[in-house]
Ligand binder design. Structure first.
Ligand code: VGL
Ligand code: ZN
Length: 194
């Protein structure tokens, strides 16, 4: 098994670990709750090595264009300042971690953490070149965040143990993984980190 040593060029990106994407939420990701302890282990590892942690969150207005009520594909979810938009209980983010809010504009969806945010600038300021990315949902916002990261020239490790797919269509999660790997992302699990 390939081992990966954390360097000064590495950052952790946790995508949308929010109440509405947990099994009891408004847009439930099956077994989404299982990733929280794993995400915590990654957070602790990064803190221990003094490397930055970014947590994206979906942060929609009440009438966001992606909602069924506005003709979009999803149930209403992650409305700004609601309980559903809050980070999962037990997620061990600290004040030093950086929160990136996305999907704020009513008329535009933003499935990627880079879309309409300062994520890329923040990472550049820190000299980050490699990203370890995981979260919810694997086949929606993780997929789009990984694709943008690859387009921007980052080396990307996909954290499969810290991700779960929503699988609107059967097999979406598996094809998302296939496509990220074929574009150059590498798969990584916690036990490979050193
Ligand atoms: C997401 C659907 C709608 C996600 C966000 O975070 O994967 N999925 N908005
Ligand atoms: Zn959304």
């Amino acid at each position: 098994m390939q081992r990966v040593r954390l360097t000064k060029q590495d950052a952790l990106i946790l995508v949308d670990l929010q109440n509405d994407f947990l099994p009891d939420g408004r847009l439930p990701v099956p077994s989404g709750d299982e990733v929280i302890p794993v995400a915590n282990a990654y957070i602790e590892f990064f803190h221990h090595h003094g490397q930055p942690v970014f947590a994206t969150r979906d942060w929609h207005p009440q009438d966001h264009c992606s909602f069924n009520t506005a003709g979009g594909p999803w149930p209403r979810h992650c409305m700004a300042d609601t309980e559903g938009a809050g980070f999962a209980p037990g997620l061990k983010l600290t004040a030093e971690d950086c929160v990136i809010s996305k999907g704020i504009a009513k008329d535009r969806d933003a499935y990627s953490g880079f879309e309409g945010t300062d994520l890329h600038i923040n990472l550049q300021d820190l000299g980050i070149e490699r990203l370890l990315i995981g979260g919810l949902a694997l086949d929606v916002c993780v997929l789009n965040t990984v694709n943008d990261a690859l387009d921007l020239g980052y080396r990307v490790f996909l954290l499969t143990d810290a991700s779960r797919a929503v699988n609107v269509h059967r097999g979406d999660g598996d094809s998302a993984i296939e496509s990220m790997l074929s574009r150059g992302a590498q798969r990584l699990e916690l036990s490979q980190l050193q």
